[in-house]
Write a protein of this length. Structure first.
Length: 169
């Protein structure tokens, strides 16, 4: 079972501000939905709460929320108190891939502990003001494959590239 993460980042690794996304990119949202559908997703509490209530839990995915808050409730989702517990719960599900979908602290912990085998990263072309950033990574430890390139257009204010990184070391 592969442990992956999926994220959209600016050129300065920005991913969010005030618990919100920095851009609206419908083609990237479609890629996210298609890639994660049918798989368990792991998210931090703040990231989970940033999803509009009408879309929580994300459909066609087992939503696992990591929080240090005892007694936290997320109807329709599984609540755990550590990233390791979340991964263990996901391993018990019938799947070949688990997705970590954020936020910044969860990404940083997963990267620091070297839990990630694959990264699906949408590289949004631009530097953005943010309060949450994706952690840096050593490119020498990852092979990269270009998946898609999308120009800016009337529905997408920024151009972006989607790449898949697989750990090699």
């Amino acid at each position: 079972m592969k442990i992956s993460l999926i994220v959209a980042i600016g050129e300065n690794r920005a991913i969010g501000k005030d618990n919100r996304l920095l851009w609206r990119l419908p083609a990237d949202m479609k890629f996210f939905k298609e890639t994660t559908s049918g798989h368990p997703i792991i998210t931090g509490r703040r990231n989970y709460e940033s999803i509009p209530e009408a879309f929580r839990p994300l459909p066609n995915r087992k939503n696992i929320v990591v929080t240090s808050q005892r007694g936290y409730s997320a109807p329709g989702a599984i609540v755990v108190h550590s990233l390791e517990d979340a991964i263990e719960k996901a391993r018990g599900m019938d799947t070949d891939e688990i997705f970590i979908i954020g936020g910044g602290k969860v990404y940083a912990e997963a990267m620091e502990k070297k839990l990630i085998e694959r990264m699906y990263i949408t590289h949004v072309h631009g530097d953005f003001e943010a309060d949450t950033y994706f952690p840096g990574w050593n490119a020498a430890n990852w092979s990269v494959e270009a998946v898609a390139r999308h120009p800016a257009d009337e529905r997408h204010p920024f151009s972006f590239d989607i790449r898949v990184y697989d750990r090699v070391q």
